[in-house]
Structure formats: structure tokens, C-alpha cells
Design a protein around this ligand. Structure first.
Ligand code: BG6
Ligand code: BG6
Ligand code: GLC
Ligand code: GLC
Length: 925
């Protein structure tokens, strides 16, 4: 019985398919999908490590920023020399890029010459290697009849890991593959090349950019395919790069836009991350390489090592008697005897088996048919593992890109180069298949870079040239918005002069300095129930305020908001005030107080000439209002008449108050140091407590009327928005501001307000964008109807666009929502424009505020003033940077004042109610 078993076992062994034997032997190299998913996840973790500032220094996968910020867009142009060093061939090239044409239309012309590169040069001293490079370059100029007198821009593809701080500077981190020239590690490779060019002499070469081969490949393929955001090399070495969101690249400042990251994935596993996938053959390959312990992943994948892996496997099987009847010829024991070209030949369709036999015979073997089948299968397993590993790495990169973009599915193109990919018949097909299997939700296209990487390197250089020139032009356009310290000091001085002039009673002045008849900030004794009406900000508000006995801050508020339609803002005065009376009626209904005959305070956020707390003659409309028959009239009367016309309820309007004054009072209720009010909203204005003796218009009247000797101060509504109406700001007013003013309802008026407030900032931005677009610097030069539409950029959009928390993609989606189709570069520029305009606004407000607080300090003869400013307005409250810049500018321009900015909690209505409370007490006394 036993004998029967033995015989059948013997026969089964004899007849066994030789591939099964190899499968068993190389079990560890046959990776299943779950293992690939596991490797892919590990690589994702390594990428994160390499990108983060804390862990990048020790990371095995280096994730090197390349300073390439965009892929080609077809507008690149120019003529460049190119060097290509680091692959299996060293080349010198000339690349001509014609504007606006894809390569298929003949947009790029290239001439190249391959120069020899010896093993000795790769193993010798770096200066000699670079001398050879530059002499080859000079020879190329000579051979191709290229002028030696002219300056030539040069692009340098250097296929080794470099730490780049700029496009034209990169320190060599370590050699890889077959090169280890001494004296370059840690040094700037571009500088080394420049020095060699100088040594060679007789050429005028400007090295503009150095790029890794992966990057150059991505750019080459990106010229014809705008979805190409990944570059892949499977050649002598292996590596990949991709477009990463800049905010994830800790090592580069700024978080706008994207940057290509050279992963240097060849180093994956150098820290042991792949130890459970490493076979004894991998260990042998590593141990006998020029860089043991380094480039572990590369050694499992790339062309330089695959032949060797196959040799080591076959050798071991032969030694174990599983091949060639145990015969082990010397050739098989010799490193390098099986090459990657052999591996490709063995796997060739139809001829593969015959090729395998020929190769083995060449090695001094006399293989059986089974031997040939087995060795061919070894090749297949080794190269299959390689493509599987590349697929896992690629899946990690694509998954990352997908997550960065918050997409469930992704359409993307991978540009590929390298002899292994190009010459191995099955490799590419297997790779594509596995990637698509691992990422079924992604539409991945592979494009072979058939013209090498130099075209891409030239494109990087061209893009760099173009971006530099575009940046210069955008900077030039925005330069007038960037105010120097001297200019801001001047604005402060101009504002100070404006305040002083307005206090004098010599006819109208740009800064009106309107007395408010508010003599005190609140003292906490205010009591009672008041109605507060509030017109002039974004909305009309009606509010019921109750101040209770006892504790300060014991206030209760009820309010309702009404939107005033544009046609009412700009219709007749009677219609406007009838509308307000109707809103009040609605509010009283809502509160059930129609019969209450409440005392009311009216916040009216426009310049009013006051002669008492309850009269206010509208000097002129500002912001978007222009209702007829109001200017020159007492707005309290206009409201009283409208209420009378309704004949439905009664109100006792006790006070009319500017919003700045209301805001100051409201904040002063919380903080007694609050003696200034500021609005940075639809409009821009400030008020402050001025000494009565300085207010000439009041002093003159006071001599005639009752004295108020015990009250040395009064709040002045500066109406600083009018600064510059006399031309005093002309030096800083840009043509864009002039255009905005020209298109406004009150041209020539409120010039300071038009530089600083929410109602106008969006319009200034739009004017700048229009100009940049007309100049071809934005939106591909297309001026759309949307862009020509006034008012599209409301303050809330500016605030969103400038938010630091938003990725550029989100900025693009805001622009998209506004009907503006932008590229990534466009959105960077739009954000920059918004930033320049809003920063200037905040700085100007700061300069104005510095003038106000310094005046108060000087009034009081103090060296140092502690003061609080009560603030309200959408620009201050919603914009991400406005308040910070405002505060910083005030601090710098008024160094002797310690200014605290206190946002008003309930708007100016509460302040108006407080003023009403005081006014009524006084009246009733
Ligand atoms: C070439 C590039 O096309 O591909 C080289 O121009 C690059 O820079 C190479 O290194 C990669 O392939 P290989 O097989 O030559 O290493
Ligand atoms: C509110 C005030 O809180 O702020 C209004 O009550 C004022 O009177 C407004 O005009 C300013 O803000 P905006 O952004 O609405 O103009
Ligand atoms: C090596 C180099 C890398 C290059 C790759 C392909 O891995 O370190 O920079 O991209 O080979 O050539
Ligand atoms: C405008 C008005 C002013 C108001 C400011 C803020 O400048 O003229 O009175 O305070 O806007 O709303």
C-alpha cells in the first residue's frame, strides 16, 4: 500500500507543472490584493510623515517640494537648452516651445544628442562628472550651430533626490542607482553645474531650473493632457511625483495653491516599513549594492535590480537541485549576468520561451523544457511583483489626491517614462490593470512620455519665466495699494488736520465734526423702557430696550430686522419715512405695544447737523441712500410726520443719534474707558469725546444760550468718511478708486469712506480684476458679463475668500458661485487682490483711529492714554484680517496710546436707548 502511494507521489512530482514549483518557491513574492492594499496604506502613512514638519527629517519617503507650482497651460513659450542626467542615457538637447500649441500641433521642436557616460565618471569625483556634462553641452552648441555669443536659458533634469528651496537651487541628499560621484552630497547641484560651465568657458548659459525626472515627465505629458497631475518613472530607478495642496507641504511657506512633490518613493522601506515583505533575495540585492540599506522599494521594483533578483532566485533553485539537475555554472554565480533586458526578453509574447533558453545557454547551461518554463516563470513573478508594488504606491498617491480634492471619484492622468515601462512587453498592461482594480472609482489614464523628460524640464523653465513675469505685473498693479509707514503717517496727519479744521466754525469742511449733544457716557443709573429705531447699516432695526434697577448690564432687548428695498432707499423721502413708520407699526404689533406711547431713540447713520439731542438736519445722504426731499430737513420731523400720517400709534422721539455714537454708548455701558465709537461696516465713521472748549461752533452758541459749565465734553461725530473730499488724499487714490467713485451715487464725496468701507471694497476688487483680465493676466483674458456686473463682490464674499481656513479649491468654488470660472492660479491672484484692498482699508482706518486717540491724549495733556474703542460693522466683525490689521496699525501709529477695541454686542440701538434715557430724565427734570 505504502509502495503504491510512494509511486503515485513520485509520478505526480515528475509530472508537476514547473510553474507550480516556482509559485511555491516564490510564494512571498506573489502579492495578493489585500497585501497590496496594506502596502498602499503604509505608503500613505509614509507620505504624511514626509510632508509634516515634525517628522520629515527622519522620514524614509522624503516628499521633496519641487517649487513647481502648476502644470502647463499651453501658454509656455521660448527656446531652451536642456541637460538630462541620471537615467540610462545622458543627453543634451535644444527645446523650442511655441505658444498656445499642444505638441501634436508641432508646438515643441526638439533636437537631442546622447553623450557617453562612463562608470568611472559616475564613481569618480563630482567636478569631473560635471566637467564632462558641461563639455558635452559646449560640443552640442558647436555641433548644432548654436550661437556661443548669445545667452541661453537652460533646464536641467537631474534624476536624484535633491532638497530644493528654489527652482534653481537643490542640495543633493544622496546618490542613488548607479552613481556615487564624490564631493557633491549636501552641495547645491545647480551651483556645481554653473561652476563647471564657468570652468569650460566660452558659453553664456543661465541655469533657470533643475527638475527631477518624475517632475519633468509629468510636465511633458501635462502639455497635452491637462489632467496629468502625476509623474512616474520605472526605469533604472523608480520614483513618482504628484501635485499636492501647498497647505499640506509644511516645508514650504504659504498655503495657497499647489506644488509638485517628488516623493522619492524608492526610499520606502528604508526604515523597516516593508520588512515583512522583504525576501532573502531582496536582502542579497541590497547587501551587494552601492547603497546598502537605502532605496529598499526601488530595489524591489526598478530596472537596475530586477535582472539581479531573477539571477539570485534561479541560482538558489539550482543550488537546491530544483533546476538544471543541480548544475550551477560560474556565470550564474556572477553578479549582473542576468539583466532587466533579459527579463523582458524572457517574458516576450511567443518568443519568450525560446529567448529564455538562449539566455540560459549563454550562461553555460543546458536547460530542459521544464527548466526554461520555470525560469521564465521566475521572471514573470519578479516583474509582476514590481508592477504590483508600483500599483500599490500609485494607488496611495491617487487616493491622497482624491481626498485632497474631497472627491469620491477622480479623473486623472499619470505621465510615465523609463525603460522598464517602455520596453517590457507585459509590464505596462499589468500595472494598468492592477491600478484600476485597486481604485475602481477612479478613471486613470496612463500616458507614455514618448519624448523624454527634457521637454517637461523646458516647460518648467518656461512656466517659471511666465509666472515670474505675471507676478511682476500683478505686483505692479497692486503696488499703489501697499502703503508705506510714511504714507500712513501722512494719512494720520491729514486726518488730524481734518479733525481740527472741522471743529472750527469756518464753513463746511471735509471732515464735518458734527456735535451730537451727548455730554456723558452712561453711568449705569439709566432706567426704563425705550424704543430704539436704527436706519443706515445693512438693515433697518426696531428694538425694545429695558434697563432695570440694580445691577449694571441688566438690559433686556427684543428686536426685529427689516430690509429696506433699494427702490425705497432711492425713492422719495416721504416713501422712505412712510416705510419706516410701517416697520415700527409692525414691530409694535409684534410686541403688543401699539398703545404704549414709548420714548424712542432714533439711530440715523448719516451726517446730521444737530442743534439739540432731538433734532438732526440731514446734511447729505451717504452710502447707497439718495431719497429725495430729505437733505436739509430735520429727520426727526420727517419721522414724526410719517407717524402722524399713519395716525395709528404715537411715539415720543427724544433723541437722534449717529450709529458711531450709539455704538460708543452701548460699549461704554460695559466699559467706562470707552470714549470712542467706530463703525467699519457698509460705511466708515468714528466719534469720540471732545473737550467742549475745542468745539468752536458750540462755544459760540453757548455764550448766547444756557451754559453747561459742569460738562466739559461732548461726543463729536467726526464723519471722517468725508476726508479727502477736498483732494487731500489724492496722492493715495488709485485709478481703481477713482473709477469706483465715478460710478457711485455720490461721486466726489466720501473719498475716505470709499477706500475703507464694506460698500466699496468689493467694487475696488472688481475694478482691479477687470484691469488684470484686460491685461491678459487673469481668467485667460476673458472679460465676462459677470465681471462687468457692479456689486457682485459683497463684503461677505471678500471675507470668505480671504479666510485662511479655505483651500484654494473652495475659493474657486466661491468664484464659481459668483459666475467666475477660475483656474488655480487665478484664484491665487483674486485672493491676493482682495487681500491688498482689505489690508489697505484696515490700515487707513488704523491711521484715522491713531489720529483720533492721539488727539484725545493731547487734549488731556497725557504722555500715555488708555482708552477703549467701541466697534461695530460687518467688515470689522466678519472679515478674517481687518480687525487685526486695524489694531496693529493703530498700535504702531499711536505708540503712546493703549487702545482696546471692544466689539459692540447689541448694535447701536442700546446706545441710542441709553441716550434717550438720559435726555428724558433731563427734559423731565
Ligand atoms: C528618460 C528621462 O526619458 O527616462 C530620464 O529623460 C529618466 O531623465 C529616464 O531618468 C528614466 O528611465 P531610464 O530607464 O533611462 O532610467
Ligand atoms: C449696527 C448698528 O450694529 O452696525 C447700525 O446698529 C450700523 O446702526 C451698523 O450702521 C454698521 O454695520 P453695517 O455693517 O450693517 O453697516
Ligand atoms: C532614483 C532617484 C530619483 C529618480 C528615480 C528615477 O530613485 O533617487 O530621484 O527620480 O531614480 O530615475
Ligand atoms: C456713513 C455715514 C455715517 C455713518 C457711517 C457708518 O459714513 O455718513 O454717518 O456713521 O456711514 O454707518
Amino acid at each position: 500500500m505504502l509502495a503504491v502511494h510512494l509511486i503515485s507521489f513520485f509520478f505526480s512530482k515528475l509530472q508537476e507543472d514547473p510553474t507550480k514549483k516556482v509559485d511555491r518557491f516564490l510564494h512571498a513574492m506573489r502579492l495578493h490584493d489585500d497585501q497590496l492594499i496594506d502596502i498602499s496604506a503604509r505608503f500613505q502613512a509614509e507620505m504624511k510623515k514626509g510632508l509634516s514638519a515634525e517628522s520629515s527629517a527622519a522620514a524614509a519617503v522624503k516628499m521633496l517640494p519641487t517649487h513647481v507650482r502648476s502644470t502647463p497651460d499651453g501658454s509656455e513659450k521660448g527656446q531652451f537648452l536642456a541637460l538630462d542626467l541620471g537615467g540610462s542615457k545622458f543627453k543634451v538637447l535644444q527645446v523650442k516651445v511655441r505658444e498656445g500649441m499642444g505638441v501634436r500641433k508641432g508646438g515643441v521642436e526638439m533636437e537631442e544628442k546622447i553623450y557617453p557616460m562612463s562608470k568611472e565618471l559616475f564613481n569618480g569625483r563630482a567636478p569631473e562628472l560635471f566637467d564632462h556634462v558641461s563639455e558635452s553641452l559646449k560640443d552640442f552648441l558647436h555641433v548644432k550651430n548654436i550661437s556661443l555669443d548669445k545667452k541661453h536659458p537652460l533646464a536641467f533634469t537631474f534624476s536624484f533626490p535633491c532638497e530644493q528651496t528654489r527652482l534653481d537651487k537643490g542640495l543633493l541628499l544622496s546618490w542613488s542607482k548607479n552613481c556615487r560621484a564624490r564631493g557633491l552630497q549636501g552641495k547645491d547641484v545647480v551651483q556645481a553645474l554653473r561652476e563647471a560651465i564657468d570652468r569650460t568657458g566660452g558659453m553664456d548659459i543661465e541655469v533657470l531650473a533643475m527638475v527631477n525626472d518624475t517632475v519633468a515627465t509629468m510636465m511633458t505629458c501635462g502639455f497635452d493632457d491637462q489632467y496629468c497631475d502625476v509623474g512616474l518613472i520605472i526605469g533604472t530607478g523608480t520614483n513618482a511625483c504628484y501635485m499636492e495642496e501647498l497647505r499640506h507641504v509644511d516645508l514650504v511657506e504659504g498655503d495657497e495653491g499647489r506644488m509638485c512633490v517628488n516623493t522619492e518613493w524608492g526610499g520606502f522601506g528604508d526604515d523597516g516599513a516593508l520588512s515583512d515583505y522583504i525576501t532573502e533575495f531582496d536582502q542579497d540585492v541590497d547587501a551587494t549594492s552601492i547603497n546598502p540599506g537605502k532605496q529598499i522599494f526601488e530595489k524591489m521594483v526598478s530596472g537596475m535590480y530586477l535582472g539581479e533578483l531573477v539571477r539570485l532566485v534561479v541560482l538558489k533553485m539550482a543550488k537546491l537541485g530544483q533546476l538544471f539537475d543541480g548544475l550551477v555554472p560560474d556565470a550564474l554565480r556572477t553578479k549582473g549576468k542576468i539583466t532587466t533586458a533579459h527579463v523582458a526578453a524572457m517574458e516576450e509574447y511567443k518568443n519568450g520561451l525560446k529567448n529564455t533558453r538562449d539566455i540560459l545557454v549563454e550562461l553555460g547551461l543546458n536547460p530542459s523544457q521544464d527548466d526554461c518554463v520555470a525560469v521564465q516563470h521566475v521572471s514573470t513573478i519578479v516583474s509582476f511583483r514590481s508592477s504590483n508594488l508600483v500599483a500599490a504606491g500609485l494607488a496611495a498617491i491617487l487616493t491622497r489626491i482624491k481626498q485632497n480634492r474631497h472627491l469620491r471619484a477622480l479623473r486623472i492622468t499619470v505621465g510615465v517614462d523609463g525603460t522598464m515601462y517602455k520596453t517590457h512587453p507585459q509590464y505596462a498592461k499589468r500595472l494598468h490593470k492592477v491600478v484600476r482594480r485597486l481604485l475602481p472609482e477612479c478613471q486613470v489614464r496612463f500616458v507614455l512620455s514618448d519624448s523624454g523628460s527634457s521637454k517637461g524640464a523646458a516647460l518648467v523653465t518656461a512656466v517659471a519665466q511666465r509666472l515670474a513675469s505675471r507676478k511682476r505685473q500683478v505686483d505692479e498693479t497692486l503696488a499703489p495699494f501697499k502703503l508705506s509707514q510714511e504714507q500712513l503717517q501722512l494719512v494720520k496727519a491729514t486726518m488730524r488736520a481734518g479733525l481740527e479744521a472741522g471743529l472750527k466754525n469756518k464753513g463746511p469742511s471735509a471732515v464735518k465734526m458734527l456735535p451730537s449733544y451727548v455730554y456723558h457716557t452712561p453711568d449705569g443709573t439709566e432706567r426704563g423702557k425705550y424704543l430704539a429705531l436704527d436706519l443706515g447699516g445693512t438693515n433697518f432695526r426696531a428694538m425694545l430696550v429695558k434697563f432695570k434697577k440694580g445691577l449694571q448690564n441688566n438690559t433686556r432687548l427684543y428686536h426685529k430686522i427689516y430690509t429696506v428695498p433699494l427702490e425705497i432707499m432711492q425713492g422719495t423721502g416721504e416713501e422712505l419715512f412712510d416705510h419706516l413708520a410701517q416697520y415700527v407699526s409692525d414691530f409694535l404689533d409684534y410686541m403688543g405695544m401699539k398703545k404704549a406711547h414709548l420714548p424712542a431713540g432714533f439711530t440715523f447713520s448719516f451726517p446730521c447737523e444737530q442743534t439739540a439731542i432731538d433734532t438732526g438736519i440731514l446734511v447729505s445722504w451717504t452710502k447707497g441712500f439718495k431719497a429725495t426731499d430729505c437733505e436739509g430737513h430735520d429727520v426727526v420731523n420727517l419721522l414724526r410726520e410719517a407717524i402722524k400720517r399713519r395716525n395709528e400709534y404715537d411715539l415720543d422721539i427724544v433723541a437722534v443719534v449717529n450709529d458711531t455714537v450709539g455704538t460708543m454708548m452701548s460699549c461704554a455701558y460695559e466699559d467706562p474707558q470707552c470714549e470712542v465709537g467706530l463703525i467699519a461696516g457698509t460705511g466708515s465713521n468714528a466719534c469720540y469725546m471732545e473737550e467742549l472748549k475745542n468745539i468752536e461752533k458750540i462755544r459760540q452758541k453757548k455764550q448766547k444760550t444756557e451754559g453747561d459749565e459742569e460738562t466739559p465734553e461732548m461726543c463729536i461725530n467726526t464723519e471722517w468718511g468725508g476726508l479727502g473730499d477736498d483732494g487731500s488724499l489724492d496722492d493715495i487714490i488709485t485709478p481703481f478708486d477713482a473709477e469706483v467713485d465715478h460710478n457711485s451715487v455720490n461721486s466726489g464725496k466720501q473719498r475716505f469712506e470709499k477706500l475703507t468701507s464694506g460698500m466699496y471694497l468689493g467694487e475696488i476688487v472688481r475694478e482691479v480684476l477687470l484691469d488684470l483680465t484686460r491685461g491678459g493676466l487673469l481668467f485667460r483674458g476673458r472679460v465676462t458679463e459677470t465681471l462687468k456686473t457692479p456689486g457682485i463682490f459683497q463684503t461677505k464674499y471678500l471675507s470668505q475668500i480671504e479666510s485662511d481656513r479655505l483651500a484654494l479649491l473652495q475659493v474657486r468654488s466661491i468664484l464659481q458661485h459668483l459666475g467666475l470660472n477660475s483656474t488655480c492660479d487665478d484664484s491665487i491672484i483674486v485672493k491676493e487682490v482682495c487681500g491688498a484692498v482689505s489690508r489697505r482699508a484696515a490700515e487707513l482706518c488704523g491711521a484715522g483711529m491713531a489720529a483720533v486717540v492721539d488727539k484725545i491724549r493731547e487734549n488731556r495733556g497725557l504722555d500715555h492714554l488708555n482708552i477703549t474703542v467701541g466697534v461695530d460693522g460687518a467688515l470689522y466683525k466678519l472679515h478674517p484680517h481687518f480687525s487685526g490689521v486695524l489694531q496693529e496699525t493703530t498700535r504702531v501709529l499711536a505708540p503712546q496710546c493703549n487702545v482696546t477695541f471692544l466689539p459692540s454686542e447689541e448694535g447701536s440701538g442700546k446706545g441710542a436707548a441709553l441716550i434717550t434715557a438720559v435726555a428724558r430724565q433731563k427734559r423731565d427734570r
